[in-house]
Write a protein that binds this ligand. Structure first.
Ligand code: ADP
Ligand code: LRH
Length: 466
């Protein structure tokens, strides 16, 4: 058996898991889980990156002995190093509002999409770098969060491609950094480190090889989608819902850009053609406001009440920042001329129905724009535990939903390491077959519900996607 540690840093929690692969088995055990989230300091929202490193080390000590270590995390955020390799300031959280004050004036949005194929998100790395202002001149290297932790573990300076593809400085067709964009933005030369593929051995930590994985957590989770064929869609469901398809080539059409679809780099050169839906973040923030952690209890109650019919657009930027979420939902409804849902149960139901509606719209657009119809929708990640959301998703999308695995990012991380260490997993299809044969999935059939999803879509979005 090959035994590796998958360090998976999500926006709501970090975990160190041990994975064992061999003889047709794929086993995952949680060794250490720790809180992760924004830390407000004066006027800036940060990550506690040193705390994450400390907890990673604590987890690795518990997981030893190991054949490999791999790290994945959320995308777009980074640390800057000075010429001596020291961290220049604490990494800022993508939910900080600093990018609202910057404009990218030198490059048109059409040019940017043609090069990078990335959806516009206000917090993409490119905008964060603009928001750094003159201090960027002091930076010698940019390291994405997993690359930064790998550097601290091994001393290796580099950039793993799946996460580099989320910066909006990466040329999605050439599969290299866009030196043109870096120059036009006036970034210090050499800021963007050499790229490497998932599976590259970067160095070692206390004698254990540190291996690059699909270091963008969503890239790792898409590796572990237990799909049997090609006609599948996925929702990587956690703090965000990443909703889309896997493609062989990017789709860079005007239609893809107008619908704000992204072409992120996947493991083995695949393309993750998807859109960010605001996801369970909205519910996480509601729970925080209500001072409760009993999500399962709330979901049971929300499943027992009927729909109020009032839905929101979860992707409205008003829901991006932390704080005061129930009030912002109520305000959204009032602005739309609707009666806001009252109380935690009704708000929870409204959020989940609204997410399901956003999934319906996004998946219909993805299939049409990429000309790739699907027969089944896989829901993976922590949100796959939410039975009410899975059923509503099946209903809204009119597709069977297969839910699980919960720890998809950690599994994808483990599988890519195992292959690098010699496990016979030639391609993603073999990896997915192994996930399928070792993990139980829950199936949700679309029901004929009285809720008229098309009418709801017309009400919230002003149009219906065919
Ligand atoms: P991230 O990687 O972004 O931190 P996860 O994949 O860990 O996210 O998923 C976190 C989400 O999983 C939570 O926001 C919550 O909605 C959902 N979740 C966790 N536990 C449960 C549960 N017991 N029942 C339903 N949903 C759950
Ligand atoms: C999910 C995720 C997503 C990014 C966001 C910043 O954890 O990596 O794919 O868009 O965080």
């Amino acid at each position: 058996m090959i035994t590796v540690a998958a360090v998976d840093l999500g926006a709501s929690s970090g975990r160190v898991m041990t994975g064992r692969v061999g003889g047709g088995r794929l086993e995952l055990d949680e060794v250490h889980r720790f809180w992760n989230g924004p830390v407000q300091l004066r006027s800036t929202l940060y990550w506690d990156v040193l705390g994450l490193y400390r907890e990673t080390l604590a987890g690795l000590a518990q997981a030893a002995p190991l054949d490999g270590i791999g790290i994945d995390s959320w995308a777009v955020d980074y640390g800057l190093l000075d010429a001596d390799g020291n961290l220049l300031g604490n990494p800022v959280h993508y939910r900080d509002d600093r990018t609202t004050r910057v404009r990218l004036t030198d490059v048109s949005s059409d040019e940017l999409y043609a090069i990078t194929g990335l959806q516009h998100l206000p917090f993409n790395t490119i905008y964060q770098l603009l928001a750094e202002g003159p201090q960027i001149a002091r930076a010698s290297k940019l390291l994405m969060i997993p690359d930064l932790l790998n550097y601290w573990l091994t001393g290796h300076i580099g950039a793993e491609i799946t996460n580099a593809s989320t910066t909006q400085l990466y040329d999605v067709r050439a599969r290299t950094w866009s030196s043109e964009l870096a120059t036009r933005l006036g970034l210090p030369s050499g800021l963007l480190p050499p790229l490497h593929e998932p599976g590259t051995v970067l160095g070692s930590y206390e004698g254990t090889p540190v291996i690059a994985v699909g270091s963008h957590d969503t890239a790792s989770s898409v590796v572990a989608v237990p799909a049997a064929g090609e006609r599948f869609a996925y929702i990587s469901s956690g703090t965000w819902s990443l909703v889309g398809l896997e493609l062989d080539k990017p789709v860079l059409t005007a239609e893809a850009k107008a619908a704000n679809f992204t072409n992120e780099g996947g493991v083995d050169g695949r393309i993750r053609f998807l859109r960010n839906v605001m996801g369970l973040w909205i519910l996480q923030e509601c729970l925080r406001s209500w001072g409760t952690t009993d999500l399962p209890g709330l979901l049971r109650e929300a499943a027992a009440v009927s729909s109020s019919g009032v839905l929101i657009d979860p992707d409205d930027p008003v829901f991006l920042a932390p704080g005061n979420m129930p009030e912002r939902i109520a305000e959204w409804c009032r602005r739309a001329g609707a009666e806001p849902p009252e109380g935690a149960v009704a708000i929870t139901r409204c959020v989940l129905e609204s997410l399901a509606l956003a999934y319906r719209r996004t998946l219909a657009q993805a299939q049409r724009i990429a000309d790739q119809p699907v027969d089944v929708l896989h829901v993976i990640g922590g949100g796959s535990r939410n039975e009410l959301l899975c059923q509503l998703t099946a209903d809204a999308c009119g597709l069977p939903v297969l839910a699980g695995p919960v720890e998809a990012s950690a599994l994808g991380n483990v599988l890519v390491q195992a292959r690098a260490l010699g496990a016979p997993l030639a391609g993603l299809e073999q990896m997915r077959a192994l996930v399928r044969s070792t993990h139980e999935l829950r199936r949700y059939q679309p029901r004929a519900t009285p809720a008229d999803w098309a009418a709801a879509e017309a009400r919230v979005y002003g149009s219906v996607t065919e």
